[in-house]
Design a protein around this ligand. Structure first.
Ligand code: NDP
Ligand code: 2IT
Length: 463
């Protein structure tokens, strides 16, 4: 059961693009992938943005770029059997969607969550193509994962699962082929177990995974990168509107990797973060959430956000996660999961005078929520652009691995900051170029798409 209910059965109805080529491709895609609502949702949004590009560039239709870009180059699906602590054999399903390698090796995270299925991984892999393109670094798009639920598992169970997952996956990945990283349910501990197994099987210590620990070839700032990058991007968006984080009230959903470091950076920028959540409920603390407490609860104790009340007298816990959007705030940073802000939540945020929303999670806002923000002139930073700091820093890790040197925290952080500013400028300029000034959704889709499309054209049809 999705924790954030969203009516997906209507995805694709009332297509808002008129271009016949896009309409035909989408109709065919919908017929072929009728059981993949999240994937269709992600594609539809991109098609809506691309209409002016397709109208202007007939060579894209001639080369079948759109039909090709929505079809993953390869999908690997496999059985993962592993033994739990009681000696019972468990079976999960594993996947890697190698979506597009036009501009570099497939790159994207691995998600371990019971909700994982092909629709979710295809939406994530599809978005990753354009996100990775926006980073300006040479990385293609991919995503993988399993319906394995890490909650309540012992370290040994996690290790056995990760080893079994990699025993199959290692055949299909490599530092110049496909470089996975973390996502929901996959952090440093899981990357370590998978890296160890890859090294054993391949007999190579290389940059096949990013998000590695520093002593084993990881990059400084990778842990912080998505949350920091989200705030660097949001800062640019606010700056263009003559605003800043200073003295603003911020609500952040989630309390995992992205949320924790978004909380840290927003606080450093002078904002007051008043709420964070997990899938059970949310914490409201008027005096400001302390990101060091989230780190202690989540990274050290692997506990639930509810226990935050044991650390702060002013903190209040409420069960149910979507209620977090009823808290009045200037800036909302959804950093948990897809479709967590629906129409109703968006309407409440607007009524409470939210000024900016930037997506730390992938596709956390439903299409009608985005329309509400845009129609209400709320600054809106789409995931592909706003959360690209994580994968960008992964690409910096790949670069350090290839050259066998490592950069200081300051150097990586400076590069991350420059990349996020550059992404903001690319996205903002692409929107202006196609007369959609301020529409960063369209800007991100167009700027991300054009580079990949040009690479595909250049490489010919059978590559
Ligand atoms: P984590 O596993 O570290 O944290 C996920 C957080 O979101 C947890 O607080 C979790 O709560 C909550 N959450 C997960 N699924 C749901 C759900 N179905 N309903 C409600 N809450 C949920 O993951 P990350 O922080 O790495 O990822 C968060 C988001 O950011 C994802 O959308 C991911 O794709 C995206 N992202 C991550 C990047 C990275 O570098 N890690 C890069 C770019 C985007 P609970 O513990 O209760 O499950
Ligand atoms: O969604 C994402 O961009 C990630 N989970 C990070 C992927 C990566 O390869 O660092």
């Amino acid at each position: 059961m999705p924790l954030y209910p969203f009516n997906v059965s209507r995805v694709g109805e009332g297509m808002t693009f008129e271009n016949q080529y896009l309409k035909d491709v989408f109709k065919n895609l919908k017929e072929k992938n009728a059981n993949e609502p999240e994937f269709l949702q992600a594609v539809k949004e991109v098609f809506e943005s691309l209409e002016p590009v397709i109208d202007k560039r007939p060579e894209l239709q001639k080369a079948g770029i759109i039909e090709r870009i929505v079809e993953p180059e390869r999908i690997i699906m496999f059985r993962i059997s592993w033994m739990d602590d009681s000696g019972k054999v468990q079976v999960n399903r594993g996947y890697r969607v190698q979506f597009n390698s036009a501009i570099g090796p497939y790159k994207g995270g691995i998600r371990f969550h019971p909700s994982v299925n092909l629709s979710i991984l295809k939406f994530l892999g599809f978005e990753q193509i354009f996100k990775n393109s926006l980073t300006t670094l040479p990385i293609g798009g991919g995503k993988g994962g399993s319906d394995f639920d890490p909650k309540g598992k012992s370290d040994n169970e996690i290790m056995r699962f990760c080893q079994s997952f990699m025993t199959e996956l290692f055949k299909y990945i490599g530092p110049d082929t496909d470089v996975p990283a973390g996502d929901i349910g996959v952090g440093s501990r899981e990357i370590g177990f998978m890296f160890g197994q890859y090294k054993r099987l391949q007999n190579e210590h290389n940059g096949v995974l990013s998000g590695k620990a520093i002593h084993s070839g990881g990059s400084l700032v990778r842990t912080e990168a998505t949350g920091y990058g989200l705030c660097y991007f949001t800062n640019e968006m606010l700056k263009e509107a003559g605003q800043s984080f200073k003295d603003k009230t911020v609500v952040i959903s989630g309390s995992g990797n992205v949320a924790t470091y978004a909380c840290e950076k927003a606080t450093q920028f002078g904002a007051r973060v008043v709420a964070v959540s997990d899938s059970d409920g949310y914490i409201y603390d008027e005096s400001g959430i302390d990101y060091r407490i989230i780190k202690e609860i989540k990274e050290v104790k692997r506990g639930r956000i509810q226990t935050y009340v044991n650390y702060s007298k002013s903190a209040k816990y409420t069960r149910g996660c979507s209620g977090i959007w009823t808290i009045p705030c200037d800036i909302a940073l959804p950093c948990a999961t897809q479709n967590e802000i629906n129409k109703e939540s968006a309407e409440i945020l607007v009524k409470n005078k939210v000024m900016a929303v930037a997506e730390g999670a992938n596709m956390p806002c439903t299409p009608d929520a985005i329309a509400i923000f845009q129609n209400s002139k709320v600054l809106f930073g789409p995931a592909k652009a706003a959360n690209a700091g994580g994968v960008a820093t992964s690409a910096l890790e790949m670069c350090q691995n290839s050259t066998r040197i490592s950069w200081s925290f300051e150097e990586v952080d400076q590069r991350l900051r420059d990349i996020m500013i550059n992404i903001y400028n690319q996205v903002s300029e692409a929107a202006k170029k196609y007369n959609m000034d301020g529409n960063l959704v369209a800007g991100a889709n167009i700027a991300g798409f054009e580079k990949v499309a040009n690479a595909m054209l250049w490489q010919g049809v059978s590559y």
